[in-house]
Design a binder for this molecule. Sequence first.
Ligand code: NAP
Length: 256
Amino acid sequence: MGLQINLEGHLALVTGATGQLGRVMARTLATAGADVVVHYHQNVAKAESLCAEIEALGRRTMAVTGEVGQKADVFAMRDAVVQKLGNPDILVTNAVSQIHPWQTVLEEEEEDYEDQFRSCVLQNVFFAKAFVPAMIEKGWGRFVGINTECSMQLFKTQSAYGGAKRAMDGVLRVLAKEIGAHQITVNQVAPGWTISDRDREQGSERSERYESTVPLARRGTDQEIANVVAFLASDLASFITGAYIPVSGGNVMPTI
Ligand SMILES: NC(=O)c1ccc[n+]([C@@H]2O[C@H](COP(=O)([O-])OP(=O)(O)OC[C@H]3O[C@@H](n4cnc5c(N)ncnc54)[C@H](OP(=O)(O)O)[C@@H]3O)[C@@H](O)[C@H]2O)c1
């Protein structure tokens, strides 16, 4: 038996677990042995089916809903989770509010910047405030923020999304320094443009234009993103903190 990721005895909370990538993260953490809280926004049906899958794996679970960018919602979710399952020690801040279409700075509405700031930045601030104190008490914790390769590319029309993800990066690097002494790691996984259920349903897995820019010459999969989340949540990653880890086939390469 080689090295294994074993999350038995841990309680994870995945925000946006009903989304394309979040559902695979939630399943993967449960497969690795964690109990998993499923956060959703509107997709009740997906939250229920995901909870059923997690229960079938023999893990404890519950679904919670709320706006991740609203402090009162985040604290209400915290209270509900603590009452039923206890304090999560693995947090995955994956939820994102999608704005369509992305526009140039001159066209993008002020509200879109505010929306993305709440979704990408304040989500992390509020989840830290709500859940990190119990991790500090425990002397162990894992905070995994889901960023994006876009925050390094910053192509035209990505100012609201990419700008907010860059600010998220700033908050989480500082948080890593502030709470590291408690053996709580804070890292970010930055996916490239990833193949998920939606692509499988629509047959849209391939994009020659995008693939041609990627050193590994293909799009990654939702499972490849979730694998890195599970690794960062585990004791195998006990000495990694403050990292922004692209899982993009080399499409972005942070400088040192
Ligand atoms: N997919 C990609 O190729 C890709 C690439 C790079 C980075 N990412 C990052 O990966 C993460 C997941 O992306 P995704 O593509 O899986 O997104 P997605 O499919 O659109 O899912 C978004 C999730 O967030 C929830 N949500 C939306 N607005 C919310 C709000 N205001 N408050 C609380 N929850 C809210 C949704 O809940 P309901 O569905 O229940 O309403 C859903 O579970 C994001 O952080 C994104 O930036 C994704």
